[in-house]
Write a protein that binds this ligand. Structure first.
Ligand code: ZN
Length: 67
């Protein structure tokens, strides 16, 4: 039993999305989530890769009034 808890890289963020191919709920590590969010803010979209290899395009869901 050498399962020591490492507080650094095990944290994940629930993206509240499911893979279109396999239906797996998408989670990303915190550093990756930062990159995804930065991309969303900059371009309005970001790409995540599911464990099955399917690329997912995420579009910005921030509440913005565009009226
Ligand atoms: Zn998948």
């Amino acid at each position: 039993m050498s399962a020591k808890k490492q507080a650094n890289s095990d944290d994940v963020v629930d993206m509240e999305l499911h893979c279109v191919m396999c239906g797996t709920r998408l989670y990303v590590s915190v550093p990756q989530a930062d990159a995804v969010i930065a991309s969303l803010e900059r371009t309005g979209a970001a790409i995540m890769i599911c464990v099955c290899g399917q690329a997912q395009i995420i579009r910005c869901k921030l509440q913005r009034r565009n009226d």
